[in-house]
Design a binder for this molecule. Structure first.
Ligand SMILES: *Cc1c(COP(=O)(O)O)cnc(C)c1O
Length: 381
């Protein structure tokens, strides 16, 4: 492993950590579907790491180790979904602990957090990520145990300063977890900015092909809290499937190419439509006028992600009309795949949503950017 330390992350991803099968020379890791692992005549396990399939599966190892390398993490765990990864963090807290999270973030997780905290006697406060002291004011020193942030955050793409959040969290005795699904380790390595745990919906960019549901947590240090997270996975059983883990290591081989292409195209689209008469705002941290642009420049390298939103003149009806007319962008939820998607978030989230009704969320894929621009032009005409 040591000789790989100097290799660039692009190289480690492309080669799945220079994988070569010790017994066959195969350059692709095998899928191991076994649920149980044999013992020898003395009742010793063949490998101390493998006893039963709910605790560990050798099929996870390539993806887990690669994510650790890319994030600069001490250890990574795969989960059955991004939500399962996030829940495992929250389920590792104690009753009475206080959580702080942004008011605008991945909708499914925020809703689950609010319900779960209520029924499990956890306290939670949501903060406004666009207000200057939003996080500092929401923190309760000595009570706050978890600061959850997502950056850029869904679907307004506000940028939360990871280093500043880490300082506030650590001063108060809390740990900082960053949902880095949108930034990916290609653009941001949150642990280098002070995060304790990085969470991914691997369903999105890490896999990138719309055919795997999976999640990951990568930890800066294997401390007592991390041991609890490991226990939650092994006893709760929210593990990835062997085939999904295998698909994920394959998807990650092209992670850098995909994320860079999507980011470049998203910037081109954001700039192209920023003065369009039918659009009153393009939300994208890569635009110099975006309120999070300076923070984004500090913590994002090589691009600002493939995610952006348009606020369309004429409100909800006009936004839906634009989505209806798209022929290249696919009307579907999710993000981070090779194909471009468009979504009216308010229709999905409903009346309690803090998302503006005129907002269309775009997940830019790796198609020819001219085709994407032409599609949006005709939909806006
Ligand atoms: C999709 C998503 C999640 C949830 O992940 P699943 O894999 O769908 O469970 C969490 N956070 C963000 C930012 C996401 O986009």
């Amino acid at each position: 492993m040591d000789k790989k330390k100097h290799l660039a992350p692009e190289t480690l991803a492309a080669q799945a950590l220079h994988y070569i099968d010790a017994s066959t020379g195969a350059i692709v890791p095998p899928i191991q579907p076994s649920t149980t692992f044999a013992r020898d005549a003395n009742y010793a396990l063949f490998s101390a790491d493998h006893s039963y399939g709910r605790d560990e599966n050798p099929s996870f190892l390539t993806a887990e180790r690669l994510i650790s390398e890319l994030e600069g993490a001490e250890e990574t765990l795969l989960f059955s979904s991004g939500m399962a990864a996030a829940m495992s963090v929250v389920q590792s807290l104690k009753a009475g602990d206080h959580i702080v999270a942004p008011r605008i973030m991945y909708w499914g997780l925020r809703n689950w957090l609010l319900k779960f905290c209520d029924s499990w006697d956890l306290k939670i406060d949501l903060f406004d990520a666009t207000a200057s002291n939003g996080l500092a004011n929401a923190i309760k020193p000595g009570q706050t145990r978890l600061v959850w942030i997502e950056t850029p955050c869904n679907p307004t793409w506000d940028v939360i300063d990871i280093a500043a959040s880490a300082a506030i969290a650590h001063d108060a005795g809390a740990r900082l977890v960053v949902d880095s699904t949108v930034a990916t380790p290609v653009l941001t390595r949150p642990i280098e900015h002070g995060a304790d745990i990085v969470m991914h919906s691997a369903t999105k960019y890490l896999n990138g092909h719309g055919d795997v549901i999976a999640g990951a947590l990568a930890t800066a240090t294997k401390d007592a809290f991390w041991e609890k997270v490991c226990e939650v996975r092994s006893h709760g059983g929210a593990i990835a499937g062997a085939f999904e883990a295998w698909l994920l290591q394959r998807g990650m081989r092209t992670l850098f190419l995909r994320v860079r292409q999507a980011s470049a195209s998203a910037l081109t689209i954001a700039q192209h439509f920023s003065r369009h008469p039918k659009i009153n705002a393009v939300l994208y941290p890569g635009l110099t006028g975006h309120p999070g642009h300076d923070a984004a420049k500090r913590q994002m390298k090589g691009g600002y992600s493939g995610m952006l939103s348009f606020r369309v003149n004429g409100g909800e009806a006009e936004a839906l009309a634009v989505a209806r007319k798209c022929q290249v962008f696919v009307r579907a939820t999710s993000l981070g795949g090779v194909e471009s998607l468009i979504e009216h978030r308010y229709s999905i989230e409903g009346a309690t949503s803090p998302v503006p009704k005129d907002l269309l969320r775009l997940s830019v894929g790796i198609e020819a950017v001219e085709d994407l621009i032409a599609d949006l032009e005709q939909a806006l005409a």
